[in-house]
Unconditional design. Structure first.
Length: 175
């Protein structure tokens, strides 16, 4: 059956577009040393949607960072940060049920902070501590305070059943 690969490509495209548009529209707060990437609130959804979201958020960062004006370091670094953080969260989150989701989200926050904070401190010629602090605070707000509740809301049985009715992949320990 060809439906599953087509669905995954479609989901990847939707996640990439949502992420890129979210970053570009909110560019004034998305590309500074102290930044809040509201689109990062989508990153915990990798726990529910797996590879389509992991690839989508990676591609979305790649596209969005072309518009940030920080060059190839940001384009590659931001994409790599999203790839590593969402993959790690998906692996952690799928192992132990909802009890491990908080650990997965904290892991995303820390990975994004270390990768992006490190290269932003270099690009802005700021001390490493400033780069890490700026990205950590923004990631805590976006991924932790916005993304984690979004993850919980989409995992509620009524929403999860509706997503399954449309053939969308939702959290499963077997995947």
């Amino acid at each position: 059956m060809r439906r599953k690969p087509a669905l995954h490509v479609s989901l990847t495209t939707v996640f990439a577009a949502l992420y890129a548009v979210g970053v570009i529209v909110l560019a004034p707060i998305s590309f500074q040393i102290f930044q809040v990437r509201v689109a990062d609130a989508l990153l915990p959804l990798a726990i529910l949607f797996g590879w389509p979201s992991i690839l989508g958020f990676t591609l979305g960062a790649f596209i969005a960072n072309f518009f940030g004006g920080l060059g190839v370091v940001d384009v590659i670094g931001g994409s790599a940060a999203n790839l590593v953080a969402t993959y790690a969260a998906w692996r952690i989150g799928r192992r132990g049920g909802k009890s491990s989701w908080l650990v997965a989200v904290v892991t995303e926050i820390l990975m994004v902070t270390v990768v992006v904070g490190s290269y932003l401190s270099y690009l802005f010629e700021m001390p490493l501590e400033i780069g890490l602090l700026g990205v950590f605070l923004g990631s805590l707000v976006a991924i932790g305070l916005l993304g984690y509740p979004l993850l919980i809301a989409l995992s509620r049985p009524t929403v999860a059943n509706q997503l399954k009715a449309y053939g969308l992949t939702v959290y499963s320990r077997e995947t």
